[in-house]
Design a protein around this ligand. Structure first.
Ligand code: ZN
Length: 430
C-alpha cells in the first residue's frame, strides 16, 4: 500500500458552509493508496506515533484540495487572447476555425495531451470540458486524462446548424457518436461523459431533444451547454424561433433542464427564468474572466445563489483568459465588486474546490480532505512570486492570505499538483 504524509499549512472545507473551514498552521495529509486517510493538525499525528521523517515537509506552502474547473473548452487554448469581438463574431472568427483543425486526429491527440498537462500545471485536477464536434476529439481527451488518472468530464460538441460545414454533425451522427463515447468512456477510471450541445443557436430543436433522450437513457451522465451569455445572442435566438418565450425555455421544452445540467454563464436570465432554473435543479456555471473578456455582462451571483441555484465556477478558456482557477477567482471578485457585492475569499476558494464538487454531484469523491476522498491536491508556494510573498507576510488570517492569492496570484504559485495521491506536476527547484 502506497503511503504519503504531506506536511504543510493546510486548508479545506469539510461541509457545504464555506465559513466552516478547517485550517491548520501545521497540518498533515495522510494518503493511503490514492485516497485521503486523514487530514489533521500535525501534532496529533505525532502524538499517535508518526515520525517527522516520514513526512514530505513544506512549512511555507499551503496545501489545498485540487482545483476544479467547471467549464472549459480544450480546443480553444490556442485562441486565448484573440482580439476585438463579442460572442457571436468571436465564434465565427476564432472558435470555429480553431475547432476545425481538430478534424486531424494526430493534431487533436497532441492538443489533448498538452491540455491535460496545462490543467495540472495550473493546479486543476478535475475539469468539465467541451471537445469539438469530432468524435475523436473526445476520445483523445479521455485517453490523455486516463493516462494521468485524472477526473475529467467531457463530451463531443453536438452542433447541427449555423456553423461551418466542416464542423456540423447531423441529428443521426450527433446522437450516435455521443452514445458511442458514453459506452466507451463513462465510468471508466475517473472519467465521465457530458452530453454537450454547444448552445441552442447551433443545435436544432430535434438535436436538443435527442441530447435529452441520451441524458434520460444514461441518468448518471451530465449535460453541459451555454445559456444566456450575451444580449446579441438573445436577440438572434429570438429571431430563430417564432414561438420564442425566453432562452431557458428552449432547453426546458427539449427536456435538457435536469439537476445534472451545467449551464454556462446564465447572465441575462429573467427572474422567472431563474425561478424555473432553480425548480429543475440545474447548475449555473459562473465564468468571470470570459464574461469580462467578451464583454458579455456580469453574473448576478447573489441573485442566483438566493434562488437556491447551485453555482459552479469555471475558466471558459478560450474566451476566458487563463486556465488558472486562482486568477479566475480574482476575476469573480471584480465581477461581484461591479455589482456592489464583495465575494469573500473563503467563499471563492470554497467554490473552486468543495463548492464545485458539490454543485457537480462529485462531492462524494472529491472537493476536500475528508477521509475516503480521492487524494487530489495542490501545494501553493507564495515565494514563487516575490510580490505575493511580501504581501502574504503581512497577513494575519488565512482569509487575507487567500485574497492575496486570488488578486495577485496565478498558476505560477502552484508548486506541485497530485492526482489520486501521485505527483503529476512539480515545478523545477528555484
Ligand atoms: Zn463556454
Amino acid at each position: 500500500m502506497k503511503q504519503r504524509f504531506i506536511r504543510a499549512r493546510g486548508l479545506h472545507f469539510p461541509s457545504p458552509v464555506f465559513s466552516e473551514f478547517d485550517y491548520f498552521d501545521d497540518a498533515i495529509l495522510h494518503i493511503d493508496n490514492g485516497y485521503v486517510k486523514r487530514f489533521d493538525a500535525a501534532q496529533l499525528f505525532f502524538n499517535d506515533g508518526l515520525h517527522e521523517d516520514a513526512c514530505e515537509h513544506h512549512p511555507e506552502m499551503l496545501l489545498l484540495p485540487g482545483l476544479i474547473d467547471a467549464h472549459v473548452h480544450f480546443p480553444q487554448v490556442e485562441i486565448i487572447a484573440s482580439f476585438g469581438d463579442q460572442l457571436l463574431d468571436w465564434l465565427q472568427h476564432y472558435t470555429f476555425p480553431a475547432e476545425a483543425k481538430f478534424a486531424d486526429e494526430p493534431y487533436a491527440r497532441a492538443a489533448a495531451v498538452e491540455f491535460v498537462d496545462l490543467l495540472l500545471g495550473h493546479g486543476t485536477t478535475t475539469a468539465f470540458t467541451y471537445a469539438t464536434s469530432h468524435r475523436h476529439s473526445a476520445d483523445v481527451l479521455f485517453e490523455a486524462a486516463y493516462a494521468k488518472s485524472m477526473r475529467l468530464v467531457t463530451g463531443k460538441v453536438m452542433m447541427d446548424r449555423n456553423a461551418p460545414s466542416d464542423l456540423v454533425d447531423s441529428l443521426a451522427t450527433g446522437k450516435a457518436d455521443s452514445e458511442y463515447l458514453i459506452k466507451k468512456w463513462h465510468g471508466r477510471g475517473r472519467l465521465g461523459y457530458a452530453v454537450t450541445p454547444r448552445f441552442a443557436g447551433t443545435s436544432t430543436e430535434q438535436q436538443l431533444h435527442s441530447a435529452a433522450d441520451l441524458a434520460a437513457a444514461y441518468p448518471d451522465i451530465w449535460v453541459q451547454t451555454h445559456l444566456s451569455e450575451n444580449l446579441a445572442e438573445l436577440d438572434w435566438l429570438r429571431s430563430l424561433h417564432s414561438d420564442f418565450l425566453d432562452y431557458f425555455s428552449l432547453y426546458e421544452r427539449a427536456g435538457l433542464a435536469t439537476p445534472r445540467s451545467v449551464f454556462g454563464h446564465c447572465i441575462h436570465l429573467s427572474d422567472n427564468e431563474l425561478v424555473r432554473l432553480a425548480e429543475t435543479g440545474g447548475i449555473a456555471a459562473f465564468c468571470p474572466s470570459s464574461n469580462l473578456f467578451l464583454g458579455s455582462g456580469l453574473f448576478p451571483l447573489p441573485a442566483v445563489r438566493d434562488k437556491g441555484i447551485p453555482i459552479a465556477i469555471g475558466t471558459d478558456v478560450g474566451a476566458g483568459t487563463s486556465l488558472s482557477m486562482i486568477s479566475t477567482l480574482g476575476d469573480a471578485y471584480r465581477v461581484c465588486q461591479l455589482q456592489r457585492f464583495s465575494l469573500d475569499p473563503l467563499e471563492a476558494f470554497y467554490m473552486a474546490t468543495m463548492g464545485n464538487a458539490r454543485a457537480l454531484h462529485l462531492d462524494d469523491r472529491i472537493g476536500n480532505f475528508c477521509a475516503g476522498k480521492e487524494a487530489d491536491f495542490v501545494l501553493l508556494n507564495p515565494s514563487r512570486n516575490p510580490q505575493v510573498a511580501r504581501r502574504v507576510n503581512t497577513c494575519q488570517q488565512i482569509r487575507d492570505e487567500l485574497f492575496c492569492y486570488m488578486i495577485l496570484g496565478d498558476e505560477r504559485l502552484i508548486e506541485q499538483t497530485s492526482v489520486s495521491g501521485d505527483i503529476q506536476f512539480q515545478q523545477e527547484p528555484v
